[in-house]
Design a protein around this ligand. Structure first.
Ligand code: SF4
Length: 467
């Protein structure tokens, strides 16, 4: 009887996880019995874990890693003989912690894979099936063999979604108060850029891989057949391969002209491909997620973002001209962001009328510095970074100004309590955050305005993006 495989995901930004659908297809096509479970919406099957020879834990991001480790501990208790493999960006960044034995106990993971992980994962399963030497599998790190992330091009299968929870369980697209089922695809993986704070940088080091257009189209088709009315292109940056991306959305519009889509693009790409924005809008784009990060050139340079504050303004003009809404993402708490910078950021968002476009959680984000982060390569790292907090998968850091750490905590609590789902509620929460930030500076906030009477809230997904 073939080895049984269980794949588990804990959280993938509210989408039906591609971190399950792709390896599920790869391993299943090779003839193995695979069960995939998304524990953000399902309960762990004890029976499946008891019978598993291999348990794969998806760790594409920090939250997934945190939750995944708790699940791995449960899996170890249920079935100590199962081989546990963590795969994804955060698995590799935290490989040393995951693979270490403490006081003779089993490590949290028996192996770790990252980069283009599906082929090494399948090879691992085949090796275990044949009682082979796991240390010899390319792209697979174990307690006794460390390997670099796999950056060999894959032959991408069609992601397998039929056994995953339906799209009803995931983030919906909201436009003018109407909720619609949303699908999620990736037309590329990795990234051409090397922003210092990004977890993709130490794994892909400026490389990206295009997913064959036929695979992306077939994945879109199967999600439309499953009820999707909107598609999120979750590529780290949709405009790393602008020709490829445009061909796919042109096909989408020609084939399903009522389907809308959103995508992520960096400010630099919005400017570089400004001529494309009208085109994308006419093909069904409704909004663009863009990592603005800071309203301060000094902080942007430190993060190696490749854009300036004036570029952000220009990008807003380009998108407004094209009729595209923007959802900016921010990293407002870094060791280099002062309290005055934070007040300036709030004023910047206010003055550009971006309050309804800014999920409140974005105003609470604290810079994560995972092991392997390119931020740690900077010559002045010793002036700001603390010790590695391995069980929390980050390096500790404290702001020179203790008010910033307290302010971040208070805003995070406030957002957790009052986050809410309605975009218009953003203005109330925004004003509360602004009052709080000014009080930390010993100032009275004079800049609030009454919420504007808007005809239309910006289109968005029901799950805010953060990692
Ligand atoms: S452009 Fe985006 S995805 Fe690419 S390295 Fe920078 S932050 Fe990461």
């Amino acid at each position: 009887m073939k080895l049984k495989v269980v794949l588990l995901a804990s959280y993938e930004l509210g989408h039906q996880p591609l971190s399950l659908a792709w390896p599920l297809a790869t391993i299943n096509e090779a003839g193995f019995d695979v069960l995939a479970q998304d524990l953000s919406v399902e309960t762990l099957s004890i029976e499946a874990v008891e019978g598993a020879g291999v348990v794969g834990m998806a760790a594409p991001m920090h939250t997934a890693m945190r939750l995944g480790v708790q699940v791995a501990k449960q899996v170890r208790t249920i079935n100590p003989n199962a081989h546990i493999c963590f795969y994804g960006l955060y698995a590799q960044l935290n490989a040393s912690y995951l693979l270490q034995r403490v006081n003779g106990a089993l490590p949290l993971a028996d192996s770790v894979i990252a980069g283009e992980y599906e082929a090494p994962l399948l090879n691992l399963v085949r090796t275990l099936e044949n009682n082979g030497d796991v240390d010899s599998v390319r792209g697979v790190s174990t307690p006794t063999a460390y390997r670099q992330p796999n950056l060999e091009r894959l032959s991408f299968p069609l992601p397998r979604r039929d056994t995953l929870p339906s799209l009803d369980h995931y983030a919906h697209y909201i436009e003018n108060g109407t909720r619609k089922r949303a699908g999620y695809v990736e037309a590329s993986r990795g990234c051409l850029h090397i922003c210092r704070h990004c977890p993709i940088t130490p794994i892909y080091e400026g490389r990206f891989f295009v997913v064959p257009a036929e695979v992306v189209k077939a994945d879109i088709e199967q999600q439309i057949a499953a009820g999707a009315h909107h598609i999120t292109f979750g590529d780290p940056d949709f405009l790393n391969g602008p020709g490829h991306s445009r061909r796919i959305v042109k096909w989408l519009h020609e084939t399903h002209n009522r389907i809308t889509f959103d995508f992520t693009a960096k400010v630099e790409h919005i400017l570089e491909h400004r001529g494309l924005m009208h085109d994308l809008k006419s093909l069904g784009a409704s909004f663009v997620v863009s990592a603005f990060e800071a309203s301060n050139d000094r902080v942007l340079a430190r993060l190696n973002k490749g854009h300036t504050v004036s570029d952000m303004d220009e990008a807003l003009t380009v998108l407004a001209d094209a009729g595209l809404s923007v959802q900016p993402t921010w990293t407002p708490f870094t060791p280099w962001t002062t309290l005055q910078d934070y007040l300036d950021l709030l004023a910047w968002i206010h003055s550009r009328d971006l309050v309804p476009n800014t999920p409140p959680v974005q105003l609470s984000i604290r810079l994560l510095v995972p092991p392997g982060s390119a931020l740690l390569e900077h010559r002045d790292r010793d002036t700001w970074v603390g010790d590695l907090d391995a069980p929390n998968f980050v390096y500790a850091w404290q702001h020179r100004d203790p008010r910033m750490d307290s302010l971040q905590r208070e805003i995070a609590n406030l957002v957790a309590q009052k986050g809410g789902d309605a975009a218009f509620a953003n203005e109330t929460i925004f004003n509360t955050i602004e009052t709080l930030a000014y009080s930390f500076a010993g100032l009275k906030c004079l800049s609030h305005s009454a919420p504007k009477q808007r005809t239309k809230p910006p289109p968005r997904l029901s799950e805010d993006w953060f990692c």
